[in-house]
Ligand binder design. Structure first.
Ligand SMILES: Nc1ncnc2c1ncn2[C@@H]1O[C@H](COP(=O)(O)OP(=O)(O)O)[C@@H](O)[C@H]1O
Ligand SMILES: [Mg+2]
Length: 243
């Protein structure tokens, strides 16, 4: 299998902190894999996504698409769709849905050019796929949680990435919205042959097509297995028990 993401003995540091937050992480993720990252609060799940995205200082090797993620960050990030944890927009945010989806194209458009017909078409297609095209002219701050997540996914899709990094895409969603957003993510992953790394906190949200669960605790990778093996395991249960 072609390994798109490779970490070797990675320690990630936050500014001003003496100890590393990620502690000696080694893992590889192959092209086409759907990987879920789980672990208690503060385990380092978000830090892991940001390390893969090449935006935090770390030691060890971090390779994405076979290139050093810290040296080639900007080029690598053109092919990564990263969705931040719990993104909500204040009601008076001065952007319409179409502006937000079009932002997915900015890396492709470049700083000094204006969006062209291609960019608008890609944004429109992405909105249609995520079934938010009827919200096109609505202010982003006036949407429900599920609608907002679908718009943010449309923005990622408009970018046409090869890797999706999704940080708790199901938080703040009711059950129906979870099912709906989950189906969209899985269809997108499969249809576009993406490699997806998704942080989730609820075992009920592990999608059927998930290949592996990475289990983090205290900055360490303490488990890496198929959900059928991981979820019933003692390691998994103990990871969430109070210390
Ligand atoms: N900007 C930061 N500066 C210093 N420490 C941070 C920063 N962000 C997160 N941390 C710490 O790093 C650890 C891992 O955080 P995080 O990756 O956000 O965990 P998770 O996403 O698993 O809840 C936590 O102890 C957190 O307090
Ligand atoms: Mg987090």
């Amino acid at each position: 299998m072609d390994m798109l993401i490779r970490l070797e003995n990675v320690h990630t540091f936050y500014d001003g902190e003496k100890n590393s937050t990620l502690k000696g992480i080694t893992l590889s993720i192959g092209a086409g894999e759907m990987v879920c990252v789980m672990g208690p609060n503060g385990a380092g799940k978000t830090t892991l996504l940001e390390t893969i995205n090449g935006i935090l200082p770390s030691t060890g090797r971090v390779e994405v698409f076979g290139r050093d993620a810290r040296r080639h960050g900007p080029e690598i990030r053109k092919d990564i769709g990263y969705m931040l944890q719990a993104k909500t927009f204040p009601e008076d945010t001065p952007y319409l849905v179409r502006d937000v989806v079009l932002m997915g194209r900015f890396g492709k458009i470049g700083m000094l050019r204006r969006p062209g017909r291609n960019d608008w078409n890609a944004a429109r297609d992405a909105a249609r796929f995520m079934e938010v095209d009827h919200l096109w002219d609505r202010p982003i701050g006036k949407l429900s949680g599920g609608q907002t997540q679908r718009v943010l996914l449309a923005r990622l899709l408009a970018k046409n990435p090869r890797i999706l990094l999704l940080d708790e895409p199901y938080s703040n969603l009711d059950c129906r919205a979870v099912e709906d957003v989950s189906r969209k993510i899985c269809t997108l992953h499969t249809r576009n042959k993406l490699t997806t790394v998704m942080v989730i906190h609820d075992t009920a949200h592990v999608p059927d097509i998930c290949d592996r669960i990475l289990l983090l605790k205290d900055g360490r990778l303490i488990g890496d297995a198929h959900p059928d093996v991981m979820l019933p395991s003692r390691t998994f249960r103990d990871a969430f028990a109070e210390a």
